[in-house]
Design a protein around this ligand. Structure first.
Ligand SMILES: [Zn+2]
Length: 296
């Protein structure tokens, strides 16, 4: 099978494509519907932090924003929503799950897994623009991301943004701030990603040593969620790592927008998303204008 022809989309889209197969499977195996509404089953089987299916009226508190509002699906006569909380690292587990349930045949599964073993590490290593694990980010997304980085970098610039790395390095003992493995190279990660969702900034208090694995696994995910998921079996370690990072931020006078009680992060996100939309509109407008010059 031609792996290129598989056209693997990003994980959220891939899941969406297979939801109806899962619905159909559950209609024939009602016990699986129960499983997929169970948080610990979904954690151990799919690696996700939220139950795959959930009733709309139960989507409150920590579940808010973790489910797609549409399409609603009807499973065993009950209307439910499915989670949208997918990251590139869930891809392999999801493929194995749908193969195990025979929603795809074994050859297709093997081809997907081959393609993934090629593309996932590359997506993670492609730099921050691609680090969310999108396997085929549209070019306009890169322009939008750059605009957001530029804007976030200019709101309250850090005079020391380019200094102090050595002291950061020794603060963490030359180890990854997330998994505590000793680092050979001076790899770094922005704790709060510089994007419209995490609202991180290029400040020394936001830059920590991080191994390549953690860097690519974390992607654009909130570092607290990432650590909770990574140390699912050892919550005390997750709390220790979070506390160490917060102490570091405090010592470097970095108060992230996301944690500043004086700031409404949603308002900043809304403005940055507006800016992203305008980048798209500007591109579309100029494509149309230039096309009108070159076509008769
Ligand atoms: Zn690490």
């Amino acid at each position: 099978m031609d792996v290129m022809a598989l056209g693997l989309p990003r994980i959220g889209k891939f899941v969406e494509r297979h939801v109806l197969s899962i619905v159909e499977y559950c209609d024939h195996h009602p016990e699986e519907f129960e499983h997929l509404r169970d948080e610990s089953y979904c954690k151990s089987t799919l690696g996700v932090r939220y139950p795959f299916f959930r009733s709309p009226d139960l989507i409150v508190g920590r579940y808010e924003g973790r489910y797609r509002s549409s399409p609603q699906v009807v499973v065993c006569g009950e209307t439910v929503l499915f989670t949208n909380d997918w990251y590139a690292r869930h891809y392999v587990g999801f493929v194995k799950y749908i193969a195990d349930k025979q929603m795809i045949d074994q050859d297709t599964a093997a081809a997907y897994l081959d393609a993934l073993s090629e593309s996932v590490p590359r997506a993670g290593a492609a730099g921050e623009a691609g680090s969310r694990g999108r396997l085929a980010a549209p070019a306009i997304g890169n322009a939008q991301n750059l605009l957001v980085r530029n804007v976030l970098g200019r709101i309250r610039p850090d005079a020391h943004a380019h200094g102090g790395w050595e002291s950061t390095w020794s603060y963490f003992g030359g180890r990854c701030a997330y998994c505590d493995e000793p680092l050979a190279a001076h790899d770094k990660d922005h704790v709060f990603g510089i994007n419209s969702k995490s609202l991180g900034e290029h400040k020394r208090g936001n830059l920590v040593p991080a191994c390549k694995d953690c860097n690519s696994e974390k992607g654009d995910e909130d570092f607290r969620d990432f650590l909770d998921a990574k140390f699912m079996a050892d919550p005390a370690t997750a709390e220790d790592r979070k506390a160490a990072i917060f102490r570091f931020m405090l010592e470097r006078d970095y108060l992230p927008f996301a944690l500043d009680p004086q700031v409404d992060p949603a308002a900043i996100t809304a403005l940055l998303d507006q800016a992203r939309t305008r980048v798209q509109e500007v591109a579309t407008e100029y494509v149309a204008q230039i096309r009108s010059l070159v076509t008769s």
